[in-house]
Every structure is written in structure tokens, then in C-alpha cells.
Design a protein around this ligand. Structure first.
Ligand code: ANZ
Ligand code: ZN
Length: 951
């Protein structure tokens, strides 16, 4: 027997595949195309890590399966090679970034080839190759010409260590995503890409793509579409107005103050009117350098200062209200101003409590039970819910028998002409005997509850008023309740926390939240305290009130424009010049690529300018328009530029006339399946969708969306569960693993280690299991009768079943990224084959073919050893026979005169067969002896009962 020698096998086949150009995609095939994509790596000095492999090996399994199914597969690879790490390395070592990149990509290429991933290497792209970034620059120029790329003085995030501008997305918890340094703010003239112009489409078109739901949700939250209204408040005694953005125009009567963002331009404009202006300035100063994310972080204490002397006028009722500035209002969102409704907004609520500002409720909550859908007329009732405290932290509950409603607070019906607080005191006395009570509060709002009482066959509308009561003493009188009434409930005082947990009824929960937890009502309802709008729904009022005060309905987005320039060396030069006469002028397209000049000093300058600014000879140039003196732009593009369109270049990577030919783009786009990390959902994925949509608009690409389907893999963590990182020294390099165990083992292990979409810790010692599995597959060849096919006389039926099931399962699992269960079902099939004394060639070949997408080398080797001339990777995918999927085993219970005497597993449920089988069983025969059964009853697939009289 040959020993499994992975080193020999893997090298050999990698060479053969390369020579035969096995994985080249055809641009002209008539077959169905499949474009599978993984996020191309940044070629770091550390080389490939196990996390890369998880995604690549998974998509490789899909690609190989699709090829076997006759599809024309494009599975490309390239390098996202611009970016800071390379540049920082160059600064440290003085080695040219281009050279570092070459070394690193060579290493990555070697590592990937050693894994046998079926990339089409002929289409390799590199974002730092001038032939590539020529087109990155070209796309930029198209955006510039359409006004989507422009320069603007911007308040930017600045990393003092990396000396670079960071996009909001690159700031994590106020720190630089890369180096962890505290981020500061700086005003800089920056290139901006107007991604917000595409916000609506980036949101809406998610409807048409097949992304994992969590990816859609993250994108939608990031885009942050919000429908609302802009309403204007005049400022008393001035010509100024404050325009607020609100999603809740229905609460306009509940506004008790207005808040401006501290940076709002009106603050300066109104400085003369503000009597405490120095306090205001001091406050604004104190917020400088605090990131927006921090300012609005949940749970952070809100601060603010009133603008003394400034009075706003509520446009709907002329009420005069104070104006504040506060940190919880952001200049960059909406209009940078808010109408505050403490009774119905959570942030305003805490702020108003802190600064003692008034509350004015304007909404009655409403709840309809589903059983009143369509009901028009209701019988009205007035009710109360009373939250009764003993003054020692306990709340009175009435624990009704479950069928009567379970645990509630005190409740009751308001009698004709009665005030709700009177009802509450009366009901309290009647039901509980407590009489020494004091009213603390009575709700202004009533909660409308509509329900159908089946016992009375009538629909009711109950309006509940909430009463807060405190007992002065626990003096308790005998109640007048009848015995049978008393048995229906018990009174219990519960500590606040238990009461909160144990009372579940919606009205009672509301009362508790209002009085004990001091929660505002955030939902929608029916208006009151709103003059002529009283009684209408929130939904209607949003429109009616907006109209009445001359406001306008608007849609806002949280998404910000993309700050696109970096003051760094290792990026695409931005292909424009600034001319004294003509302003910013695009380079003519024929001058592209504008090559990145080589330079000696890569470190960014202390002024925050790009090191390119030091190359006076390069910087000083001629204006393409007027030929006068002009200066080149010295900012470069961010790393996100090259990765925003690389998938298009794969369609036609050598094209010199266009980023890719129309024909190839038409054939290959959209990408059928893109797998990548969740960390790229709001950055790369959104950026590239934006570029793609722009290219669609200018007629360069034929589809609206770049990616038809997007999935995501879970992170691979270091052994012990920490995040893998070079600095912690806990990364795992594939090189030793490939040498020691082989690429196939590594690949099987990565697919088998756990559910693909979940994070999992690396464990090298677990790789032994995958290695053993492959060895067993290899050794099984010994038992194979090579030339013969399995007989079809039914003697291999048990194997046919499992073989067909495995074909189906592996196929389904690869498509749904259930790689771990695909491997385990192959293990089950292997077990079954190992139990056989002889295995027939076609049976063995099924195992090999199903395993080939995951372990491509060893399966190819055995395939050849079996005498096959063509590669296993060119064989058609195995089909299962749907008729042979059913597990044809039944667990049959055998009874004699109703007593269980035996159970057994049958491979048939046919009545005659089962019966005769049972009657032939030795055990059964022995029990029946010479008597004759009167009847044999059969319950299909379950039971045989033999009726034997006189036994
Ligand atoms: C009054 C109001 C009453 C509001 C109410 C809410 C509830 P989304 O849904 O996230 O778009 N807002 C508007 N601009 C703001 C800013 N620049 N900084 C902080 N908060 C701002 O949120 C829209 C709501 O957030 C707006 O509706 C506004 O508060 C607040 F019962 O207006 B609302
Ligand atoms: Zn000019």
C-alpha cells in the first residue's frame, strides 16, 4: 500500500492544473456563467492567515462544484495593495513601497498556489499597478466631471500618529481604526465624494439583491433613511428662524423648548441677543475635540446651556419657548436643530428632567386587539389603573386566578360622573380595604384599548386613566366582598423590581412605566392637547400639522459624504491640477495613468501635507486648459478606491482601452456570489455599490448592482478565543501547516471546524482528525474492486441509500455554506464504505467526487490511480436519484396477543413481506409453538400483532 504523501501529491497536481490552465474562465462560453468572488487581500508582510483561507476555500468549493455542474466559472484573485501598512513599513525600513508590495504579493501568490485554490491566475490584478490605477483615476475624473467629486473645507477626523485624515468609518470608539490613537478634529480642505446623492438608491435597491439579512440591516442602519418634516420656529424680535427636522410633527403641541447643535450658525448670529454669551462660548469650547459618536453615546449624561434672551415661537400655537444648545443635538444631522418634546422623546425626556423643563403630553396611546379588526362601533367604557405604593418601595398587586388575568395592579371601572381619582380610591377600598391613601398623580392622557368580549359578543373601547397613589398607612378595613369574590384573588405587595417583571398586561405595564420608571410614551397614538387636531391619529397629524404650519415633508439620511483624500504617499495620485486662472482642472484622460513618482522620504509632513508636496518638480506643472502655471494635487486616494471596482477589472484584466470591455462586462456582471467579512458591510460594500451605480449611470456597466448575492464568514480567532493579530503574536500561518499536514487537510479542517458564518477559535491539534479522515479515504482504495461497478441486484441497497443521501446533502450544503455538515456527511459515507469487504469503483468514486471541491489534490490523485484519464475536476457533478433518498427502514414492534415480544428494523414496509418475515423469526416461532394464529394484524411500518387463541 502506498503511503499518503501529501507533499508529493499536492505539488504534482498543482503543476498539472497550471499547465493545463484548468481554472481559466472563458469569456465566450455558451455555458451558464458563475462569477464567484472573495475579497481580494491586502498583501501584508505577515502573509496569508487562516482567516483568509476560510473564505477562499469555501468559495473554491462552490466554484469547483459549479464547474462540475457545467458552469463557466470565474473565480479570480488580485491584490488590494495600496495602503498604510505598506507605507509605514517603508517609512521604518526605507524600502520602496512598490518593492515591499512586490515581495508581499509574491509571497501571497506562492501561499495561495500551495493551497490549490482554483483561482483564474491569468486575471490577477494589482491596485498599485499603473495599468490598473489608470482606471481608478479615470473613474475619479468621471465623478469630478459630474460634480460628484469636489474639494471642500471640512472638519475631519485626524489621527495624530498616522498623520492622516480618517473617514468616520475608520474611527472606532473615538480611536484610529489602525493604530488605536485617540482621534482629534481638524479643519482641512478635502476631496469629497458625494455618496449621499446615492443614499436613496443604496437603500432601496437592497430590495433586489440576495444579501444575508444581517448585511442588509447593517447597510440600512448605516444609510439611516428617515422620513420626517422640516418645521420653522421664528425667533421673537428678530428676522431669524430655527428650522428643525422632526420625524414627529404630530407632537408639535408638546414642544416645550428648542435645541440647537452647539455648532449651529445661529448661535453666533444671535450672540448679541444672548445675555449669557460667555457661558455659551465656554460650553462650546468644552465640546471641541469630543467626537460626535461619543457625544451621542447611549447612557452618556446630556449637557446643555440655555440661550438667555432668545425666545422661539411655536408655529402651531404661538407659544413662546426657550432655546438651548446641547451636546445631544448634532450639527451634521437633519438641520442641526431639534424641537424638544420631553413627554414623547427619550433624549428630551432625560434632558428636561435634569434641567427642570416642562412636560406636555399630547398623545393618547391606543392598542387594538387583533379580534376587532374591521369593527366599526364600540361600546365605550372608562377605566382606571392605579399604581399603589406603600412608601417603602413596594407596589400593591392583585394576583388574580390565572383565568381571571393573573397578576395586575389595582383596576376598576369609572362610574357615571365619577372622577378617575375617585374611582381609584373607591376601588382600592372595595377590593383591598386600604383607605388611608393619597393621590400623587393622575395621567392627563387616557389609553384607548379596543377589544372584543366574546362572552358578551360585543366590541368595547376602554379608555383608561392612570392614577398614582401612595398609602399613608397600611390601615385596612374589612372589605364587603362576598366569599366567592374573595377567593378569586390574593393581595400581594411586591418590591418594585418584581412588580416590573411579573405584571405583564399592557395597560398595567404602561401605568407602572409612567409613574415608577418615569418613562415617556414614545409610540404613536391619538392627539389631545392639540386644539383642532385633537382626536386624529399620529399618522394623519404628521401630514396635517406639517401642512398647517407651512413645513415640508423631507427625507434625511444618516449617511455622510465620503472624505476621499489622504495626505499620504502610497495611494493613487488624484489626477487634477490647480491653476491660478482656471481653478481645479482635470488631467486629460490621455495623460492617465498619472504615475505615482518615486520618492525618498515617505513620512507625512508635520503640516499634514502629503509627502508628494515636497517634490517641487513634480508638483509644478502646466495647466492643461490655459497652459499657465499650475500645481498638481498632492493628496492621494484612500485604500477604498481601488477596491471599489476591482471586480470589474477581472472581467477583462488586460484591457488597455477601457476598464473592461462592454462585452465582457455584459457577460460577467453582476457577480453571482460575493463572500467577505462583516467588517466590510458599511465600508467597502457600500462604497463599491456607490461606484457601481455611478458607472451604471454613465453607461459603463450594464447592471444597477454589482453583487447579486452576498454572504459572510465568521472570524477565525486565535487558540483560546482572542482576536488574531500580529501584535499579539497569535496568528497562524498556513506555511508550516501545509508542510506538515498538507493543503487538503488544512482545507478540510477549515471547512469542518464549525458553522461557516460563526466565529470560531483555531485549534491546530484538531487538525489531526481531518488528516486521519483524508488518510482513510486514501487507504480505502485497497478495498476497491477497481474495474467493477456495484451490482444493481439490490444487494447494495443499503449503500445506494446513503450514497444518494450524501450526494444530495453535500450539494445542498455547499450551496448554503453548510461546509461543516457537508464534511460530516462525507465522513458518514466513508464509515459506511469502510464496513464493506469490497467497495465497487463507482461507489468509491462518488465519495471522491463529492470530496473533490474541498480536498482537490488527494481526490485527484486517487482518481488517477483508479485509471481515470481525465481530471476529477472536469467530471460532471454526481446526480442523486430522488427515489433512493427515502430511508427505507422501519422500526417494527411485534406483539403476540397484544404483548410486545420483539422489535426489529425492517428494510421494507410491505405488508406481506413484513408479516412473513415476522412469522419466520425464531423467537416468534418458539412462542407460538404448534398453535395456529387466528389473525395477523399489521399497522403499516409500525406493528405486527399476532392473535393466537389459547396462548
Ligand atoms: C421631535 C420629536 C418628538 C422627535 C418625539 C422624536 C420623538 P431619526 O429617526 O434618527 O431620524 N433629531 C433631529 N435632528 C437631530 C440632530 N441633529 N441631532 C439629534 N437629534 C436630532 O431621528 C429623528 C428625530 O431625532 C427627530 O424627531 C428629532 O427629534 C431628533 F416624540 O423631533 B424628533
Ligand atoms: Zn489654467
Amino acid at each position: 500500500m502506498n503511503k499518503y504523501d501529501h507533499k508529493k501529491i499536492e505539488k504534482k497536481w498543482q503543476k498539472v492544473w497550471e499547465t493545463k490552465k484548468m481554472y481559466r474562465a472563458s469569456d465566450t462560453s455558451k455555458a451558464k456563467k458563475f462569477y464567484g468572488l472573495i475579497e481580494f487581500p491586502f498583501p501584508s508582510g505577515a502573509g496569508l492567515h487562516t482567516g483568509h483561507i476560510r473564505s477562499y476555500a469555501a468559495m473554491d468549493a462552490v466554484a469547483r462544484k459549479r464547474r462540475a455542474q457545467g458552469e463557466n466559472v470565474l473565480y479570480p484573485i488580485g491584490w488590494d495593495a495600496f495602503g498604510l501598512p505598506t507605507e509605514n513599513y517603508a517609512i521604518k525600513t526605507g524600502i520602496q513601497p512598490a518593492k515591499v508590495t512586490k515581495t508581499n504579493t509574491d509571497n501571497f501568490r506562492r501561499q495561495l498556489k500551495a493551497l490549490g485554490i482554483s483561482f483564474d491566475w491569468s486575471r490577477e490584478v494589482n491596485t498599485t499597478d499603473p495599468e490598473y490605477y489608470k482606471w481608478t483615476q479615470w473613474i475619479f475624473l468621471q465623478m469630478f466631471k459630474k460634480g460628484l467629486a469636489f474639494k471642500k473645507m471640512t472638519h475631519v477626523n485626524w489621527c495624530p500618529k498616522d498623520k492622516t485624515v480618517l473617514a468616520n468609518e475608520e474611527v472606532i470608539d473615538g480611536k484610529c481604526e489602525r493604530c488605536g490613537t485617540e482621534v482629534t478634529k481638524k479643519d482641512k480642505n478635502q476631496w469629497i465624494l458625494a455618496i449621499t446623492k446615492y443614499a436613496d438608491r443604496l437603500d432601496k435597491d437592497l430590495d433586489d439583491v440576495d444579501y444575508l439579512e444581517k448585511i442588509k440591516i447593517q447597510q440600512r442602519n448605516w444609510i439611516g433613511r428617515s422620513e420626517g418634516a422640516e418645521l420653522s420656529f421664528k425667533i421673537k424680535g428678530t428676522e431669524e428662524t430655527i428650522t428643525v427636522f422632526t420625524t414627529r410633527a404630530d407632537t408639535l403641541f408638546g414642544v416645550t423648548y428648542v435645541v440647537l447643535a452647539p455648532e449651529h450658525e445661529l448661535v453666533k448670529k444671535l450672540s448679541k441677543n444672548i445675555s449669557n454669551y460667555s457661558e455659551v462660548e465656554e460650553y462650546i469650547e468644552s465640546l471641541k475635540g469630543v467626537a460626535e459618536i461619543e457625544r451621542t453615546a447611549e447612557g452618556k449624561e446630556k449637557t446643555g446651556v440655555v440661550l438667555k434672551g432668545v425666545v422661539a415661537i411655536n408655529p402651531v400655537n404661538g407659544e413662546e419657548i426657550p432655546v438651548w444648545i446641547a451636546d445631544y443635538v448634532l450639527a451634521s444631522y437633519g438641520t442641526g436643530a431639534v424641537m424638544a418634546v420631553p413627554a414623547h422623546d427619550a433624549r428630551d425626556h432625560v434632558f428636561a428632567l435634569k434641567y427642570n423643563l416642562p412636560f406636555k403630553p399630547v398623545l393618547n396611546p391606543i392598542h387594538e386587539r387583533p379580534d376587532v379588526a374591521g369593527v366599526k362601533s364600540f361600546e365605550l367604557k372608562n377605566k382606571i389603573v392605579a399604581i399603589v405604593e406603600d412608601g417603602k418601595g413596594n407596589i400593591l398587586t392583585i394576583n388574580w386566578k390565572p383565568e381571571l388575568g393573573g397578576r395586575l395592579f389595582v383596576g376598576g371601572t369609572v362610574e357615571q360622573g365619577e372622577l378617575p381619582q375617585v374611582t381609584a380610591i373607591r376601588e382600592l377600598a372595595e377590593e383591598t380595604g386600604y383607605t388611608d391613601a393619597k393621590i400623587v398623580d393622575v395621567s392627563e392622557e387616557t389609553f384607548t384599548y379596543r377589544y372584543f368580549a366574546h362572552s358578551k359578543n360585543k366590541a368595547f373601547e376602554a379608555k383608561t386613566t392612570f392614577v398614582h397613589i401612595r398609602l399613608n398607612s397600611l390601615t385596612q378595613k374589612e372589605t364587603a366582598l362576598e366569599e366567592n369574590e374573595k377567593n378569586k384573588f390574593v393581595l400581594e405587595w411586591l418590591p418594585v423590581d418584581r412588580a416590573r417583571k411579573e405584571v405583564k398586561e399592557i395597560l398595567h405595564v404602561y401605568g407602572f412605566a409612567k409613574f415608577i420608571d418615569k418613562q415617556p410614551f414614545l409610540g404613536e397614538g391619538t392627539l389631545f392637547n392639540s386644539q383642532k387636531f385633537d382626536g386624529i391619529s399620529s399618522e394623519q397629524a404628521k401630514k396635517d400639522i406639517t401642512k398647517a404650519v407651512g413645513g415640508k415633508m423631507v427625507v434625511k439620511y444618516k449617511l455622510r459624504d465620503w472624505i476621499f483624500s489622504r495626505q499620504r504617499y502610497w495611494g493613487e495620485p488624484i489626477p487634477v491640477v490647480t491653476c491660478e486662472k482656471c481653478g481645479i482642472v482635470a488631467l486629460p484622460e490621455k495623460e492617465l495613468p498619472l504615475k505615482l513618482p518615486t520618492i525618498k522620504e515617505f513620512a507625512p509632513t508635520d503640516t499634514g501635507e502629503s509627502p508628494l508636496a515636497t517634490l517641487t518638480k513634480w508638483v509644478n506643472t502646466k495647466c492643461p486648459t490655459c497652459k499657465g502655471p499650475a500645481k498638481r494635487e498632492t493628496d492621494t486616494m484612500p485604500q477604498w478606491a481601488g477596491s471599489s471596482w476591482y471586480y470589474l477589472r477581472y472581467a477583462d484584466s488586460k484591457n488597455k482601452k477601457a476598464l473592461a470591455s462592454e462585452k465582457n462586462l455584459k457577460y460577467w456582471t453582476p457577480i453571482d456570489w460575493y463572500n467577505g467579512g462583516m467588517e466590510h458591510t458599511t465600508l467597502h460594500l457600500l462604497y463599491s455599490r456607490f461606484w457601481h451605480k455611478f458607472l451604471y449611470d454613465i453607461g459603463v456597466v450594464p447592471t444597477k448592482e454589482p453583487y447579486q448575492k452576498r454572504t459572510s464568514h465568521g472570524l477565525i480567532l486565535a487558540e483560546g478565543g482572542e482576536k488574531m493579530s500580529k501584535s499579539k503574536g497569535n496568528t497562524v500561518s498556513p506555511d508550516e501547516l501545509v508542510a506538515l499536514y498538507g493543503a487538503d487537510t488544512l482545507r478540510v479542517y477549515e471547512m469542518f471546524m464549525g458553522p461557516f458564518d460563526q466565529a470560531i477559535a483555531w485549534n491546530t491539534s484538531n487538525m489531526i482528525g481531518s488528516r486521519r479522515f483524508i488518510e482513510r479515504v486514501y487507504n480505502l482504495e485497497e478495498n476497491v474492486v477497481t474495474k467493477k461497478k456495484a451490482p444493481t441486484d439490490g444487494s447494495r441497497k443499503h449503500l445506494e441509500l446513503i450514497i444518494n443521501q450524501t450526494i444530495k446533502k453535500v450539494g445542498d450544503d455547499i450551496e448554503s455554506m453548510g461546509f461543516n455538515t457537508a464534511v460530516s456527511s462525507l465522513m458518514i459515507l466513508l464509515n459506511a464504505l469502510e464496513k464493506e469487504e469490497t467497495v465497487y469503483r463507482n461507489e468509491y468514486e462518488v465519495l471522491l467526487q463529492l470530496l473533490a471541491p474541498i480536498a482537490p489534490h488527494v481526490t485527484e490523485e486517487i482518481w488517477a490511480e483508479l485509471g481515470n484519464k481525465k481530471s476529477i475536476h472536469t467530471m460532471p457533478w454526481q446526480e442523486f436519484d430522488p427515489k433512493k433518498l427515502q430511508s427505507d427502514t422501519w422500526k417494527i414492534v411485534v406483539q403476540i396477543n397484544g404483548k410486545v415480544r420483539e422489535t426489529f428494523v425492517s428494510h421494507t414496509d410491505d405488508e406481506e413481506e413484513v408479516k412473513s418475515m415476522v412469522l419466520l423469526m425464531d423467537k416468534i416461532k418458539a412462542r407460538i409453538g404448534d398453535k395456529t394464529p387466528a389473525r395477523v394484524i399489521y399497522v403499516k411500518g409500525k406493528l405486527v400483532n399476532i392473535v393466537v387463541p389459547g396462548l
